[in-house]
Design a protein around this ligand. Structure first.
Ligand SMILES: [Zn+2]
Length: 248
């Protein structure tokens, strides 16, 4: 069995875009993992997600603390990792968890961390370990380092939305589909990463209409590709449960 999971990052930013995005995902009946920025997420948004997950396979997972960039030059932004040491990262993780506990109770995924910009260092891993996280969501480039620290890397490589409003959308679709096909036929799972904040229009303006149409089209294509390869959609944590051996 091949599995597909979808994750949308940066819940807490652009709530209007988030609610637009979520309504389309729900309409498509696709499971979704939302990566939540604790410092920016309101109780109202958390309550909304808690209500949704009662009836529908969505889940929330920790994504940084404030999503602040500590890197001052333009290369390799990071909130965790970089020049930051154990103590400050431990404190940020601890307060993140406290905030998530307050927002969601225990009804969120507590063992997985999604670091902003996929960045981390050895002290991030030590701090995660000390706080009983056991899985780090990354892109493939960092896999080897994580293995050495006994944190399972969960990989989500393919970014879906960055070009949604791009004039070259029609040309980019086959390129993107080919990458998904390649992954789905060679790997045990595919992780697809969305950013709802790429939806910059609104329901009522022309740009918003184009984005919504394309978003729905993309979700439909994803379902078609998955069906073709008999792949099963799961949330991130379901993947860890049903196929723990593939996440390594
Ligand atoms: Zn982010």
């Amino acid at each position: 069995m091949v599995y597909v999971f979808l994750r949308d990052n940066d819940v807490g930013w652009d709530d209007q875009a988030f609610f637009r995005f979520h309504s389309m995902v729900k309409e498509a009946n696709l499971p979704m993992t939302y990566a939540v920025i604790p410092a920016h997420t309101t109780q109202a948004t958390a309550d909304f997600l808690l209500d949704e997950q009662e009836e529908y396979p969505v889940e929330s997972v920790l994504h940084g603390w404030t999503h602040q960039n500590y890197q001052k030059d333009i290369l390799s932004k990071y909130e965790f990792g970089g020049h930051r040491g154990f103590d400050e990262q431990y404190q940020d993780l601890q307060i993140s968890r406290q905030r998530m506990d307050a927002l969601f109770g225990k009804r969120y995924v507590r063992n997985v961390f999604v670091p902003p910009w996929h960045q981390f260092n050895a002290d991030t891993l030590k701090a995660l370990h000390a706080l009983d996280f056991d899985t780090l969501a990354l892109s493939t480039a960092e896999k080897t380092t994580v293995d050495a620290m006994e944190n399972k890397p969960l990989l989500s490589l393919i970014h879906v939305f960055l070009w949604l409003a791009d004039p070259g959308f029609q040309q980019l679709v086959p390129v993107w589909l080919k990458e998904i096909e390649r992954t789905i036929t060679t790997q045990p799972y595919v992780g697809l990463l969305f950013h709802h904040s790429d939806l910059v229009g609104s329901h009522h303006d022309p740009r918003g209409e184009v984005e919504s149409r394309r978003c729905k089209y993309v979700l439909k294509l994803l379902k078609a590709v998955a069906a073709k390869h008999r792949a099963q959609f799961v949330t991130q944590s379901e993947l860890l449960k049903v196929a723990p051996e593939v996440v390594q």
